[in-house]
Design a protein around this ligand. Sequence first.
Ligand code: FHN
Length: 417
Amino acid sequence: MTEIEYFKPERGQRPGANEDPRLDWWRAAKFGMFIHWGVYSIPAGVWKGEHIPGIGEWIMLRAEIPIAEYEQLAPQFNPVKYDADQIVKLAKAAGQKYIVLTSKHHDGFCLYGSAETDYNIVDGTPFGRDVLGELADACAREGIKLGLYYSQTQDWHHPNGFGNTWDFNEDEQDFADYIENYVKPQVREILTNYGPICIIWFDTPRIIERHQSQELLDLVHSIQPDCLVCGRLGNKLGDYATAQDNAIPPELQAEIDWETPATINDTWGFKTHDHNWKSTTQLIQNLVDIVSKGGNYLLNIGPDAEGAIPEPSIERLQAMGVWLDVNGESIYGTQPGPIQGAAAYRTTQTSETVYLHVFDWPADGRIALSGLDASSATWLDASREAALSISEQGGQLVIQGPVEAPNEHVTVIRLGR
Ligand code: FHN
C-alpha cells in the first residue's frame, strides 16, 4: 500500500479523467491554506512546565490532561490579534486559493458559536467573537473559498466522543449517540450558518462505521451539494483522496484526485519550541512536486494564543507568493507533465505547453532530457534576459541556458509544443 492509498475514497476516483465537475475549481486551485487553531495554542506544547512531545494540538491527549483542567484554557483564550482579513490577505499573497479552518479539532473546542455546546469561542471565552464567522466574511469579501475541518470521530471533550480514555470508560460510551446527536447537528450548523463552504475536511476516521460515514457524506451534500468532502471521512468515502500528513507519493497518481496536508514546521497547532521551519525552497519544491503528480498542497499555519501568525510562516508564504506571481502559470490549472520521476526535474502541462521545473540548475547550464518534444523554450520569468536555446541531439531535447541558476528556488522553462 502506498501512502496515498490510505485515505482513498471510492467517489474520488476518476476513471477516464476528471468527471465530477464539482471538483473543477479544486483541481485548478492546487494550493490551499490549512489553519489549525484552538485553545491548545495557550500551552503551546508545554504543560505544567514540561515539554510535551508531538504535535501541539494533541497536548490534551499526550499529557492526558483531565477535561476539568483543560477546560480552564477557554476562559484564558483572548486572541486579540486575530484578524481574519490579515489571514485571508496572507493566503492570497501566498497564492493559496482556498482556506480550511479547524471548526472543531479533537479537543472538542469549537471556533464558532455552536448551539450544541458552550465549549466554543463565542460562549466560552472572554474574546466572545465568532472566529469562523469573521473568517467567512473576510473570505467572501476577498473572493476566496472557505472549507472547514471537523473532527468527526475523535472528541476528547464529549462524553461519547472517541479518544479520551483518561476521563471516560470507553465501554460505557455511546459513539452512535455522539454521531447522531452531536456531530450531525454541528455539521448542519457549520454548513448552514456561514455561507458557501467548499470543503468539509473530516479527519482520523478510526471507529466510525460505514453507514455513519455515508450518512455524514449525504448530510453534507444535502445541505450544500457543491461542498467537497475529503477522504478522511473514512470507509473509503469522500470526494477526493487524502495523503498521509506531509507525504508526497513517489509517483504520478493519475487516476485519483488527491491532496497532501502539510506543516511548515513540525506541528499543526502552535508550539513555542518548534523552530524546525522548512525552507522556502523546500516548500516551493514540495508544491511543484505535488502538482506534477496531480495533487493539491494544503499548507498549514498555526496562529498563537493571541491570534498572531508566526513570523516564519508569514515570511515563507509571502516568498512562495512571489515565486507564484511569476511562475503561477506553470501551476494553476495544469495537468501532470510528460516527464515523471527525474531527480532534478518536474513537469506540468496544458494543451499548448509543457512547463519544465528545474530544482537543481546544472553547473554548465545544459539540460538534456528524453521524452520531451518542443518547438520553443522561453523563460516564464519575463524579466529574464539570458539566452535560452533548444536543439535535438541524439534523440534528446537539449536546452542550453546560463550557468548561473536563474531562480534560487525552482526555475521554470516554458516549452512550446
Ligand atoms: O490528528 C490530526 C492532526 O492533529 C492534524 O489535524 C492532521 C492534519 O492532517 N490530521 C490528523 C493526523 O493525521
